[in-house]
Design a protein around this ligand. Structure first.
Ligand code: SAJ
Length: 447
């Protein structure tokens, strides 16, 4: 028996790409998404409360230094075509057919989800969203947040019934920094919705920009899958870090062990490092277990937290060991700390391990000068000026600039030839060939 219900106009508009779409939150996720939807033919309004960011976008300038191939060119092209508006006013969303929220959801206190950016955004959107529109939350949230918190709040604020008067989906983002535009389109996409029209609407919205497979499921499964995939990465990094410490203890090279073990097609050892930063990996495990606080998973993550946080201390231990090897008094020593963003190629400093490394070096009397070619606060000084006259360098984020910098030049600039590598910047063979004292996480660093 065909359904007597009229097909919502929303579905037709989305199918024909005559729908208008609003993006709330123009950050690393929201901006590429806004431009990609514009390029696909939708009329897009990008909204952000940060007026300066909106102004710089309207002038074709990116609000971050992170290298994102193609993003600046796409922004300038969409601006020239006038098909993507930027605004700091939520009222611009009033007539739109679909609104996507892409604001960040950090942690606060002791590993508790912090929705103090997300919930006000939901309030603001609920005050303007029109009837029969589609609301999508892309922000990463704890499982059951859509069902227990977001949807009841939206229904209360709008007096609309989701699934009848308004449509809702949770569509988690899977972009990879440094390749945002490409991965936004190539990676498979999960669409979580709890009624058929919401599911169909979200699929029609994302299909034109998704070359990867689209999986349809319910909101809680989507929330769980997203937080689980990043929690899995967190646990993989935790394992790499713990194994690296054991390799050091055995006097064997983690890199050699990793190369041998990864020859097995079902083994994928990641890389150890000075710590785990960013706005996803350190956070998502705690979102995953936020509503299951007595879970075994949480105990696993607590151990992981201790391991990943210990890597900061271990980096400090290696610096002290390197100075001792050169008979340099740690107290009063001066080191160049290279790399402040949480990962190479990024200017994002959220939860960066470098902050912990610097604080702990200061605590033992070692003075630090920080450099980072992408972070505005630390890119003013030239790298040679930061290294010149120091007792050692410690790499915490291995930007390409550091990998390309000649070791012979570093040797000339340093007072003592000491390199502590918290990542995999150079090969030990190369560094030792240049006559450095070299300590690296996961490598034999005789005591
Ligand atoms: N890290 C290690 N060892 C590794 C990999 C990373 O110590 O082998 C550290 C990094 O130095 C950094 C932190 O972990 O401090 C996070 O790095 P990341 O490479 O996981 O990058 P993120 O945080 O930008 O993770 C994002 C995630 N994407 C989304 O959530 C949409 C993640 O799912 C991706 O797998 C990751 O990008 C990626 O692969 O680029």
């Amino acid at each position: 028996m065909p359904s007597t219900r009229k097909r919502p106009l929303l579905l037709t508009r989305l199918e024909r790409k005559t729908a208008s779409v609003g993006i709330v939150g123009l950050g690393y996720v929201g901006l590429p998404l806004a431009l990609t939807l514009t390029q696909a033919g939708f009329h897009v309004v990008g909204v952000d409360i940060n007026r300066e960011k909106v102004q710089s976008l309207s002038q074709g300038k990116l609000p971050f230094a992170q290298r994102e191939p193609g993003l600046r060119a796409l922004l300038q092209k969409m601006n020239a075509l006038g098909t993507c508006d930027f605004s700091d006013e939520f009222r611009r969303l009033r007539t739109l057919d679909a609104i996507i929220i892409t604001v960040q959801t950090p942690l606060r206190g002791h590993l508790i989800p912090d929705y103090r950016i997300l919930m006000p955004a939901i309030h603001s959107v609920s005050s303007v969203i029109k009837k029969a529109a589609l609301l999508v939350v892309q922000s990463t949230v704890a499982p059951r947040t859509s069902r227990d918190q977001i949807c009841p709040l939206v229904e209360k604020l709008t007096a609309f019934k989701i699934g009848r008067d308004l449509f809702y989906a949770h569509v988690p983002e899977r972009v990879m920094p440094g390749a945002m535009l490409q991965t936004l389109q190539d990676l498979p996409r999960i669409i979580g919705a709890d009624d058929d029209i919401s599911r169909q609407a979200a699929r029609l919205l994302y299909e034109p920009i998704t070359r990867g497979h689209i999986d349809l499921t319910d909101t809680t499964t989507a929330e769980t899958a997203k937080t689980a995939e990043n929690a899995h990465r967190y646990a993989e990094i935790q394992f790499a870090n713990a194994l690296a410490l054991t390799c050091e203890r055995y006097g064997v090279s983690y890199q050699k062990v990793r190369n041998l073990a990864n020859k097995r097609s079902n083994v994928h050892l990641l890389q150890p490092g000075s710590g785990v930063g960013g706005h996803c990996i350190p956070k998502d495990p705690w979102l995953l277990v936020a509503k299951h606080r007595k879970s075994l998973l949480r105990s696993l993550f607590l151990v992981g937290n201790a391991v990943n946080e210990f890597m900061v201390d271990h980096t400090v231990i290696l610096v002290q060991r390197g100075l001792r090897k050169a008979h340099v008094q740690a107290k009063g020593a001066q080191v160049a700390v290279l790399g402040y963003s949480y990962r190479e190629g990024s200017d994002d400093i959220r939860s960066t391990p470098t902050q912990g490394v610097v604080e702990k070096l200061h605590k033992v009397g070692i003075r630090c000068t920080i450099h980072d070619p992408l972070v505005s606060l630390y890119r003013r000084k030239k790298i040679e000026d930061v290294i010149h006259g120091k007792d050692a360098i410690v790499i915490v984020t291995a930007h390409q600039e550091y990998r390309d910098y000649p070791l012979s030049r570093i040797k000339q600039l340093l007072k003592h030839p000491i390199i502590i590598d918290g990542r995999q910047t150079w090969s030990r063979k190369e560094v030792v060939k240049h006559g450095f004292i070299h300590l690296q996480i996961g490598e034999p660093n005789e005591h």
